[in-house]
Design a protein around this ligand. Sequence first.
Ligand SMILES: *Cc1c(COP(=O)(O)O)cnc(C)c1O
Length: 219
Amino acid sequence: MSIQNNIQTLKKSLPDHVTLVAVSKTKPIADLRKAYDAGQLIFGENKIQEMTQKWEEMPKEIQWHMIGHVQRNKVKYMAEYVDLIHGVDSLKLLKEIDKQAKKHDRVINCLLQIHIAEEDTKFGLDEKEVFALIHSEEFHQLKNIKITGLMGMATFTDDKTQVRREFKNLKSLFDQTKGTLKDISVLSMGMSGDYKIAIEEGSTMVRIGSSIFGARNFD
Ligand SMILES: *Cc1c(COP(=O)(O)O)cnc(C)c1O
């Protein structure tokens, strides 16, 4: 299947309330162009430098999502243009995003990354840390960031029951935070291998790479 076909087939199969982020990390500009020509306007990358190069080369109507782990000292390189940062996992990082956004007179949309995987390896906040963050005085002083939702990655396993349980936990936390975070509407969960389960469990945004662009050699 071609990239164009993959995009079109996927878009047809996704419910209207689910946004598709085409994860183009490690892929060449030529592949992104094919997706763009098929109508895709939202791309996800996990390295700031690579994303910035692609932003410079691709049409400006494209929205760029940072889906990877963010190093604080690199926020400045994407503050001018990034549309949504999925992987925010500390107040320190939020403060840096706020500071850089201010320089460009912008409000940058962010998702809090939640640790939902039962395995130990993924980044993210736990439930307690989320509530501590969103109830903190310092958080409420930040005017150039907006938390628009939550993001999480399930354990990489064939055990579908476990994946479903992890997504359910994230959805439940999402509903609980609505009391404090009035603007939240985005629940970013689901990748090529598990997006169907994620949508059944309430995802509103899926991040799909290999099912569109083919397997990656490295990440
Ligand atoms: C790479 C990546 C994806 C896409 O993974 P696929 O399995 O290729 O769909 C989604 N989310 C994050 C955070 C990623 O790093």
